[in-house]
Design a protein around this ligand. Structure first.
Ligand code: GLP
Length: 263
């Protein structure tokens, strides 16, 4: 794991967007795994700005999103389809048929989930998977005790996640209890995993993910098994890491040739 601690979320988002842009410039037909939630918003803003100002070209890029609520149509204001359209896809030149987001209205969910896995495989696998982390340590919507080898499937949300995500729904509207999510095994198959976390509310989950044991009770800890997992944090999210000074020292002494997206 590479842990990078930056002063604030703006600097962190800029670095993460730089890494994604570097990949797109090197491999124009790369496959991105994308995430929702408030954390990646700054990254999407940076990517849109690079598209507008520098001509960053998404025309050959393919994407697969991590998850979606079961029962929400793509037009629903809190659906992840809508989130992705409004925050990224409406503002860049990625062809519509290159975009994949789990279908919350799928009728035969098990066979739909299998076809989502097959589509990732047919696309050549995910080059870079962007990730946030839940306050309970979830990745995508893989809640505590999810199998660390799981594939795309239906999951039931933990009460904590329902409370955390209530803010995206209108007053009186309930958060769906079921979701479709890529599995931990699906995520670990990505060539690079890039996880971003901001704020004190994530500090405990981040400490468990980086320095705790690998355990299904904290699904993000599975990233310790990944060959190339990059964790970008602001100071607050890094505040409970025992070895934070070491991570800072490693980053400050990185050889130039290892620096990606840091120009
Ligand atoms: C949701 C998403 C996750 C995301 C998490 C954290 O549950 N399914 O992919 O990482 O929320 O969200 P936020 O970035 O808003 O804290």
């Amino acid at each position: 794991m590479e842990v990078i601690i930056l002063p604030d979320s703006k600097a962190a988002s800029r670095l993460a967007a730089g890494m994604i842009a570097d990949l797109i410039r090197k491999k124009s037909n790369c496959v991105l795994g994308l995430a929702t939630g408030s954390t990646p918003l700054g990254i999407y803003r940076e990517l849109v700005s690079m598209h507008n100002m520098e001509g960053l070209d998404f025309s050959e890029v393919t994407s697969f999103n991590l998850d979606e609520y079961v029962g929400l149509s793509p037009e629903h204001h809190a659906s992840y389809h809508r989130f992705m359209q409004e925050n990224l896809f409406n503002h860049i030149n990625m062809p519509k048929d290159h975009v994949h987001i789990p279908d919350g209205l799928a009728t035969d969910i098990p066979s739909y989930c299998q076809s989502y896995e097959e589509a990732i495989y047919q696309a050549g696998g995910i080059d870079l998977q962007l990730l946030g982390i839940g306050t309970d340590g979830h990745l995508g919507f893989n809640e505590p005790t999810s199998s660390l080898t799981s594939r795309t499937r239906i999951k039931t949300l933990d009460r904590q996640t329902i409370l955390d995500n209530q803010r995206f729904f209108q007053p009186g509207e309930s958060v769906p209890s079921h979701v479709i999510t890529m599995g931990i095994g699906t995520i670990l198959d990505a060539k690079t995993c890039l996880l971003i976390a901001f704020g004190e509310s994530k500090a405990e989950a981040v400490a468990g993910m980086v320095e705790g044991p690998v355990a299904a009770i904290l699904p993000a800890s599975a990233l310790q098994l990944h060959q190339k997992a990059i964790i970008i944090l602001d100071e607050a999210a890094a505040s409970k890491l025992a070895k934070r000074e070491y991570y800072q020292w490693v980053y400050d002494h990185k050889p130039d040739w290892q620096k990606v997206g840091q120009s």
